[in-house]
Design a protein around this ligand. Structure first.
Ligand SMILES: [Zn+2]
Length: 201
């Protein structure tokens, strides 16, 4: 007879699905939640269910939002000549935090990574094309990480966007966000925007 609680094990396995959570941490968290933090566990599970119900990608730009269109797409005062393409919603929150950029956004959802089977069908290319056609952008800023996947994606997008005859720029490199904008400070990100430069095919 096993002494392991199946439900506890199932909770642990679910927690292990989260990025950066290994087996030991998941087990510690599961036991913590079930031993003396049941109120906390209820709060977390309610918050997850609530977010699952209310938080959806905006049908224009795919920012995760409780409203559709999202507050950015609904804001007429934003600069509608600028489009900033990011990998995910988190990048938009980071950029908004700088108060440097006031244009529109588009969330790509993925970076191209042929080795992991992530090709052009796994990024929101058709949706991006539609978004560009439905707007009058004069500049498209690729705010993707300077990782191998980010560079591959920026190269692909700059060639792809050339059909629309719109200037494509990228954030200045030399910023230490090696794969993740999260780790660059606000001032670094502000400088990366101010020193953005055109991409040539
Ligand atoms: Zn939106």
């Amino acid at each position: 007879m096993t002494v392991l609680s199946e439900s506890l094990l199932s909770l642990q396995k679910s927690l292990q699905l989260l990025p950066g959570i290994g087996e030991k941490t998941a087990q510690r968290l599961a036991i913590h939640l079930m031993s003396n933090s049941k109120d906390k566990a209820k709060l977390i599970s309610d918050a997850i269910l609530n977010a699952l119900d209310k938080c959806k990608p905006c049908s224009n730009c795919f920012l995760l939002s409780d409203t559709n269109p999202c507050p950015i797409c609904a804001d007429d005062s934003r600069d509608s000549s600028l489009l900033c393409i990011v990998e995910n919603s988190k990048d938009i929150f980071l950029i908004e935090n700088t108060n440097e950029y006031h244009g529109r956004y588009f969330v790509l959802g993925n970076l191209l990574s042929p080795i992991d089977g992530i090709g052009v069908n796994e990024i929101r290319l058709k949706e991006l094309d539609l978004f560009i056609k439905n707007n009058c952008f004069s500049e498209i800023i690729l705010a993707l990480s300077p990782s191998t996947e980010g560079e591959t994606t920026m190269q692909f997008l700059s060639e792809h966007i050339s059909q629309f005859g719109i200037n494509v720029t990228r954030l200045s490199t030399g910023i230490p966000y090696g794969g993740d904008m999260e780790y660059s400070g606000v001032s670094t990100l502000v400088n990366a925007f101010r020193r953005r430069y055109p991409i040539k095919d």
